[in-house]
Design a protein around this ligand. Sequence first.
Ligand SMILES: Nc1nc2c(c(=O)[nH]1)N[C@H]1C(S)=C(S)[C@@H](COP(=O)(O)OP(=O)(O)OC[C@H]3O[C@@H](n4cnc5c(=O)[nH]c(N)nc54)[C@H](O)[C@@H]3O)O[C@H]1N2
Ligand SMILES: Nc1nc2c(c(=O)[nH]1)N[C@H]1C(S)=C(S)[C@@H](COP(=O)(O)OP(=O)(O)OC[C@H]3O[C@@H](n4cnc5c(=O)[nH]c(N)nc54)[C@H](O)[C@@H]3O)O[C@H]1N2
Ligand code: SF4
Ligand SMILES: [Mo]
Length: 847
Amino acid sequence: MTSIHTTCPYCGVGCGVIARATEDGWSIKGDPDHPANRGRLCVKGSALAETIALDGRLLHPMVGGARTDWGTALDRVADGFGAAIAEHGPDSVAFYVSGQLLTEDYYVANKLMKGFIGSANIDTNSRLCMSSTVAGHIRAFGSDTVPGCYDDIELADLVVLVGSNAAWCHPVIFQRLLAEKTRRPDLRIVVIDPRRTATAECADLHLAIRPGSDAVLFTGLLAYLKGEEAEVECGVALERVVTFFDWFASTEKVVTLWSQGINQSSSGTDKVDAIINCHLETGRIGRPGMGPLSLTGQPNAMGGREVGGLANMLAAHMGFDDGSIDRVGRFWGAPNMAAKPGLKAVDLFGAVADGRIKALWVMATNPAVSLPEADLVRKAIMTCPFVVVSDCEADTDTTRLAHVRLPALAWGEKDGTVTNSERRISRQRPFLPPPGEARADWRIISEVAGRMGFAGSFAYSSPADIFAEHCRLTAFENGGTRDLDLAGLIAADYRTLEPIQWPVRAPGEGTERLFGDGRFFHADGNARQVEIAPRPPALQPSPDFPLILNTGRSRDQWHTMTRTGRSPILAAHAPEPTLSVHPDDAARLGLADNGLARVSGIRSNGVFRVVLDGGQRPGEVFAPIHWTDRTASNAVVGGLMDAATDPVSGQPELKHAPVRVEPFTAAWHGVLLGRDSVGLPRDIYWARAAGRHHSVWRLAGETGEDWPSTARSWLGGDGEWIEFLDPHRGHYRAARLVDGRLEGVLFIFRWATDFSPDWVAQAFGHAAIDGDERATLVAGAPPGGDRGRDKTICSCFGVGLAAIRTAIRDHRLTSVAEIGTLLKAGTNCGSCVPELRVVLAEAVRHS
Ligand SMILES: Nc1nc2c(c(=O)[nH]1)N[C@H]1C(S)=C(S)[C@@H](COP(=O)(O)OP(=O)(O)OC[C@H]3O[C@@H](n4cnc5c(=O)[nH]c(N)nc54)[C@H](O)[C@@H]3O)O[C@H]1N2
Ligand SMILES: Nc1nc2c(c(=O)[nH]1)N[C@H]1C(S)=C(S)[C@@H](COP(=O)(O)OP(=O)(O)OC[C@H]3O[C@@H](n4cnc5c(=O)[nH]c(N)nc54)[C@H](O)[C@@H]3O)O[C@H]1N2
Ligand code: SF4
Ligand SMILES: [Mo]
C-alpha cells in the first residue's frame, strides 16, 4: 500500500501528514513523527482528501479564453514580457506571487526577476500577511529571524496571544497549548483581541482592547517593566491591564505569539517592535520557554522570505546593499541585477492602474479578492495590456481577468519544500499524478526564462536541483554574517529530507533557537529596542461611516475557498458570509439575528448574514474574508477595505475600515439546490456552499418575482417540472428532473427561515428518482421529521448545536471530555473544543 509523507498545504503550523491509498481514494492522517504536530491535524487538514477531485481545475493552458498548447502559451508569455521590457524597460513588468508557492518555485521566480529581467518588481501576498513582522524583526535583530520554536509554547508559564485567533487559524499549535494547560493548570494564557474569539474563550485573561491600540498597551508594558510611570488608555479597565503587566513582569518564561491583529495595520511594524522591546528589555528571548514568536499564515510564508520574494529583499535574507547585490550577482552569473527595491503590493497594483506596469504575472494568489480596494484592483488588472495568471483553478475572480492562464500543479501533485513558523523546512511530496497538462510552477517559470534568452541559468531538471542552488546561495560568503545558512543541506538527500529547522550550518545540525547567546545580526552584534510612538489607525469612524469593520478568518475555510470550498464537511460550519454584530448595535440599526445586512464602505458595499455576537465590542463588526464573486452575490470584503499602508513595511490596514450597516430588507427568502453553476443575478442576495453531489445556494431578494418563470431562468428550462405555488403565503417550490434524474430544486418563502431540505440533498445522489421520492421533493418538510437547519459545531463527526445542547441537558454533562465520550464531538481534530466550551458554559448559565 502506498503511503507518502508530506506537509499540509494550509497554515504556517506546517503539520506533517501521511497520504495513504485506500480502495476508494486517499486517506489523510497526521504524521505522528512530524515535530510540528506529532500526529494531530485540525479539521481542514483532516478534510484534505475531500479537496483533491479535479472538477473546476485548470488543466490546459488558455490564451484569450481558448485552449492552446504549452509551446504557444509559453511563447506568448515570453513575448509579452519581452516586448514590454524592450519598449519600456525592466521596471514596466511585475510578478505578484504567493506564500503558497513552494520554496523552489519562489526561488526561480525571484531569480528571473531580480537577476535576469533586472527589476525588483516581484512582490508577494505575504506583503498583506507578514511584512510588518519582517520589518520589525530586521529593525530589532538586524535580520528577519524567528528566535524561538513551538516547544517554547509548551515550556512557557505565560503565553500571550496578540491579534491571533490561533484556535481557528493555527489550531494544532493551539491544541498543543491547551493540552499543556490541562497538564499544568498554572500555565497562564492571555489573549489580546478586540473580539471575544474562540481563542479568547480559553484564556485566563482576555483584554478586549480598542482596535489598533496594541502599541499603547505594549509601550505601557515596557515602561512598567522599566519601573516608569505608564499611562495606558486602550479601552480596557485599568485593573485588567495591570494584571497583565504584573503577570508579564513576574513570569520569567513568557512567549508572546502574534499574527494579523498586529501585522495588518498602518503601524504594524511599530506594533511588532513594541512587543519585541518587552522581550529584549527582560532578556527573554531565544531561551527555552521564552521569546517573541510570530505565527505565519501561509504554508510557505517563511520560504518566501528566505528566497527574497518580497520586493524590498534581494535573496537569501540579503537586502539591496551594494555588497549583497554584487555577491548575489556573481553567484547567479546574472547579467541584469536589480539595483534597488521594487514596488510593494499595494503600490505595485497602483502602478498597474496608472499604466506604468505593462505586463503582470500573478502566481498562486487571488488579488482581485484579497487586496484592499479590491474593486480598483480589478479595474487595474482589466486595463493592464498583458496579464498572465498561473493557478490550479480554472475560474477564480483573478483568472477571469487574465489574457493567459497557465495550469499549475496543486497540493498532492507538486514536489518541493516549505518552511513553517518555527523555521522548520519540510518536504511536500506528490502522491497524485499530474492532471491534464498541469505543470510545476518552477518549470513554467524556467521555460519562460529560457524563451527570454536565459536558458543556461534556468536549466533545472528537478526541484532538488533548485533547492541545492538555494542552499548554496545561503552559504555563499556567509561566514556567520547572515542568519539564514543552509550549508548543511547542500548535499542532503532531497528525496528523504526530514523536517529540520534552519540555520543548518552542518549536515544534520538544525537550530531550535537563536539569540540565546545575546548575539544578534546588527553590525555591532547587539539588538535594538526601537522607540515607538503609538499611532491610531489611518481612518476613523465618521457620521457617514460610523462603525469599524474588522476582518479575518473563519474556522473551516481557507482564504478565497478555492480548495476548502469543495468540501461539504467544511461548508457546514459557516455556509454563508456572515457579519458579527453586537446585540446593542443590532437593536439600534434594526438588524435581526440571521437576517441580512448591507455593509457600505467608502468605495464599495456587500450583503452579509447577520450573526448577533455579544463578543463584539459595540461599534465594531466583523466579517470573514472567504467569499468571492464565485461563492456569493456581493461579499468581497477586500472592496470595503482602504489601502492605507504601514510606511515601513508597506502592509495594508486590513483589520480596520469605517463602514455603514443597514438592514437588507428581503421580500422573499429561498434555498436552491443544483448540480452545476446556475444563472443567478447579482442584484439578489445569494451564497453558495458545497454539498455532496450538488451545491446549495441560500437566497433572498428585495423585490417579488414571477416564480415559475424565474425558476426556469435560474435552473434551466427543459426537462420535467414538479411545482407547488401558494401565492397567498408567498411560498413556491419546484423541482426539475431530466431523464428521471434530479437537476435542481428551488424553495421560496416569504420569511427568513432555517429551512434545510436535507432529504432533497440526498436525492441528488440517486441515479433516478422513484415515485415515492418524487412526492417529497417539493414537500415543505421532510418525510416525517425535524425541518430546522442546525449549526454544525463538530465538522469531523457532523455533530450539531442542538444535539450537543440536548446531550448536555439530558445527561447532565459538565465537561468537554464528557461531550466527547457521548457524541464523539471534539475527539478527532479538536478544532471545535473552544466552541464546545462556550456551549457548555451557556448551558450551565441557563440551567
Ligand atoms: N481557518 C483558517 N486558518 C488560517 C487561514 C484561513 O484562511 N483559514 N489563513 C492563514 C493565514 S494566511 C493567516 S495570515 C493566518 C491569520 O491568523 P490570525 O491573524 O490569527 O487570524 P485573523 O482572523 O486574520 O485575525 C486575528 C485576530 O486579529 C484581531 N484583531 C483585529 N484588530 C486587532 C487589533 O487592533 N489588535 C489586536 N490585538 N487584534 C486585532 C481580530 O479580531 C482577529 O480575531 O491564518 C492562517 N490560518
Ligand atoms: N480584508 C482582508 N483581506 C485580507 C486578509 C485579511 O485578514 N483581511 N488577509 C490577507 C492575507 S494574510 C493573505 S495571506 C491573503 C490571502 O489571499 P490570496 O492569496 O489571494 O488567497 P488564496 O485563496 O489563498 O489564493 C491562492 C490562489 O492560488 C492558487 N494556488 C494554490 N496553490 C497553488 C500553486 O501551487 N500554484 C499556483 N500557481 N497556484 C496555486 C489557488 O487556487 C488560489 O486561487 O489575503 C489577504 N487579504
Ligand atoms: S493546523 Fe491544520 S491547517 Fe494548519 S498545517 Fe496543521 S492541519 Fe494544516
Ligand atoms: Mo496570510
